[in-house]
Design a binder for this molecule. Sequence first.
Ligand code: GTP
Ligand code: MG
Length: 301
Amino acid sequence: MDNNYKSGFVAIIGRPNVGKSTFMNHVIGQKIAIMSDKAQTTRNKIQGVYTDDQKQIVFIDTPGIHKPKHKLGDFMVKIAENALNEVDAIMFMINADEGYGLGDQYIIDRLQSIKKPVFLVINKIDLVHPDQLLPLIEQYKDKYPFEEIIPISALEGNNVNHLMDVFTEHLPEGPQYYPEDQITDHPERFIIGELIREKVLHLTREEIPHSVAVVIDKIDNRSEDEKVLVQASIVIERKSQKGIIIGKQGKMLKDIGKRARIDIERLLGTKVYLELWVKVQENWRNKPHQLQEFGFKQDEY
Ligand SMILES: Nc1nc2c(ncn2[C@@H]2O[C@H](COP(=O)(O)OP(=O)(O)OP(=O)(O)O)[C@@H](O)[C@H]2O)c(=O)[nH]1
Ligand SMILES: [Mg+2]
């Protein structure tokens, strides 16, 4: 390692659904944060560590900042806002296809008191004509003294290398905080739960995606067939939702299980036997003790 090694922490913030987790996974080259077209997919802060021989950048993916409607939402927004204080630089991501809105103004207001470089990243440029970018850049330029404004497509990878170069330029010299093979701060157990929740997000609609939590009950290396046994519970808020998650003759639950198993096998690099249960915990998103139990603990962040 040379002596000009650079390192730093970068928070990724923005409204829900702009592509924060997609960007982080693209850079890390592995799915550590789940992604979906439903708003409020990410619920916790998740580190993604990028390491090469010149730099280490620790990205902090955060929940989309929105107007909370329950205690879980309060937790999510607080997590995202607190992340601003813990980093060297901030990446504020917007959606090229959506334009400026009140939600963005709320975030810009939060940034006023933060004395750190803020990079405006305009994502999803694959969805717009290049002519649409200039007016958007002009509009945002006047709202905040951004360090730089960089358009990218996290999905297709356009201009992501350039963005990484820009970060590298601005990073201070510093140590390699994490071993080079560490890509996240969360244990496999957490990511496995998230991968199951992702499939529920992909396969269900309306109020279901937001009503679901996943609890891992057991992970066990089985000697008889060398598979990893994963037992997990899908927790929902109302009895009436149980039928939707289980589906006709159990079809929905089977689909969720099959898709989640493929992702978990990719994560662990072994064959997996996945067992899923469905449980009802009335109104869990508003119950502090339940939130704690499901891993939404304020004091840990
Ligand atoms: N076309 C296009 N779609 C994208 C791009 N980046 C992300 N998406 C899509 O946008 C949706 C949201 O992506 P996520 O990465 O889950 O967004 P997020 O900002 O992490 O969302 P929250 O966790 O809810 O705050 C998904 O359907 C992605 O496939 C992009 O560059 N181009
Ligand atoms: Mg996300």
